[in-house]
Write a protein that binds this ligand. Structure first.
Ligand SMILES: Cc1ncc(COP(=O)(O)O)c(C=O)c1O
Length: 312
């Protein structure tokens, strides 16, 4: 059991005691919002952007979490500080979870009352990144799944919400096609939308393309990757991408908070370009590592080593 502490509605409690009631709307409806930030050298990366997205998501869901964004930031910093000693020098993810709270009829059955529940926890990135480490050199295999993205007029994926059984189903389908394959969802028009926890990029003749922002979660890492393209003078644009186009791509990759960027070297059982990790990907990953003063790939490999040594 860990010694980590979780922020829970204004208090710090042991991680294993942080529990949400079975009567909470989160469990009843998947009715909650969340956010995931990561640290580099124990400093949160783009926390302001993550909190902005959390508050946009809360507005979309009509939840008043009871904290201003500044108070949320202070609570986040306090959570990180309280856990720094326990993290033992290892970078972590910072998870914000906000539920709507218990449904009215269960008022007597929940000790937290009916107000929304705000929790913040930190978790070392060892498993997350250690398991992903081989992909920085080998690349991953993305497959288009029968499960499609939910159109934004039903549940808007721009709000980072936990009504996400469809992402889970897509993952199961991808793994049925090939063990370890990563799901790539298309939207109802057949254009590439996003992965189950990541955004998609490809290159064609030196230009970087990424799906338009309509039916996706607009990732903070996606934004960072696009900003790095601008900084390095690499043309980048949002586009309607069909699976057919990905077959023509020279390079492809996915972005997400934990791993930043991972190459995609196979798509629907065919190599992407020459099937190797490409130069534009490598240039961007190096620039990202420089930006955060951390060799992102080396860190994942270090965590893989820790996992292999059975030290976790
Ligand atoms: C569905 C989905 N798309 C994209 C992303 C990438 O977003 P970010 O770069 O902010 O982590 C995530 C992250 O969890 C996600 O869940």
């Amino acid at each position: 059991m860990s010694d980590r502490l979780v922020y829970f509605n204004g208090n710090f409690i042991p991680e294993e005691e942080a529990r949400i009631s079975i009567f909470d709307s989160a469990l009843m409806f998947g009715d909650m919002l969340f956010e995931m930030t990561r640290t580099f050298n124990h400093k949160p990366f783009r926390l302001g952007d993550h909190l902005d997205r959390l508050y946009s998501s809360l507005k979309y869901a009509r939840i008043d979490c009871g904290l201003t964004i500044d108070e949320m930031e202070a609570a986040t910093t306090a959570t990180l500080e309280k856990n720094l000693a326990m993290l033992d020098g290892i970078d972590c993810q910072i998870m914000h979870n906000v539920t709507r709270g218990a449904l009215n009829i269960y008022e007597d059955a929940v000790r937290e009352g009916l107000a929304p529940i705000v929790t913040i926890n930190v978790f070392p990135l060892i498993q997350h990144l250690g398991n992903a480490a081989p992909k920085y050199t080998e690349g991953g295999h993305s497959v288009v799944t029968p499960q499609q993205a939910v159109p934004s007029r039903y549940i808007d994926p721009k709000a980072k919400n936990r009504s996400r059984i469809y992402y889970k189903l897509a993952e199961l389908q991808a793994n049925q096609l090939e063990d370890g394959a990563q799901a790539l969802l298309t939207d109802e028009r057949g254009f590439v939308a996003e992965g189950t926890g990541n955004n998609f990029f490809m290159t064609l003749n030196g230009r970087v393309l990424t799906p338009k922002g309509h039916n996706i979660l607009r990732g903070v890492s996606r934004m960072n990757c696009m900003e790095l393209c601008d900084k390095l003078g690499i043309g980048v644009e949002e586009a309607d991408i069909e699976p057919y186009d990905v077959r023509e791509a020279d390079e492809a990759w996915i972005t997400s908070t934990t791993f930043c960027m991972l190459p995609v070297t196979r798509f629907n059982f065919q190599p992407v370009g020459d099937g190797q990790v490409g130069p534009i990907y490598t240039k961007l990953l190096n620039a990202w590592s420089e930006q955060v003063d951390c060799d992102i790939k080396a860190q994942a490999e270090k965590f893989e080593g820790i996992l292999k040594a059975g030290a976790v």
